[in-house]
Design a protein around this ligand. Sequence first.
Ligand code: C5P
Length: 222
Amino acid sequence: EKDIAIAIDGPAAAGKSTVAKNVADDLHYIYIDTGAMYRSLTYEVIKQGVSTSKEEEVLQVLLNTEIMLHNENNQQVVTVNNENITEEIRKEEVTNAVSEIASFPSVRIEMVKRQQKLALMRGVVMDGRDIGTHVIPDAEVKVFLIASVEERAQRRHKENKEKGFPSDLEAIKRDIALRDKMDSERQTSPLKKAEDAIEIDTTSMTINDVTKQILNLVQAYK
Ligand code: C5P
């Protein structure tokens, strides 16, 4: 059986990364979290004291930054220039600035180039906002995951509390709604369902149900 590419897109906190990881594990494929790449750049820009609104300078940071995603004991580890920033990229400061940085056309061109290289060999599950539309338009299986803002915020809130992180449900709702707006309204490759993507509304589904449904699509393709 030939290895394929699976593209999973959708709005913030729709459960893409958990589901994508499960699907990749089941198929023994590589999981690529493209959101982590934009977050890594954002972290590095802030760390270097570069303004997040200056496209040219942000691009220069990217061109000098090696972003690596790897798997250690089934956990995703993210490094930039060999510094482990797995936890740092989930912090509010990064989350609040990432969509501005991800809106710069020159930044997207470079990121998409890197992502396409990773998908060349197939055997990948990639999640993000523009995977089915721009990064791997010829992906064999494309999925678009959605859920209500309320449901997505509740899930994130629960996750935070389980991890012992401070969490404010209303603030999470505002963040999710704002990122959705910025990601869908930007000029360059906005968040949008690819015409040939299968939409799954996960609002009242478990992670397991969603994973199974995607694995069924993969089986049907093969
Ligand atoms: O997936 P995650 O929520 O971690 O992504 C963080 C941000 O990175 C998104 O809100 C979006 O602005 C940007 N992003 C993007 N294109 C992708 C993946 C993420 O613009 N393929």
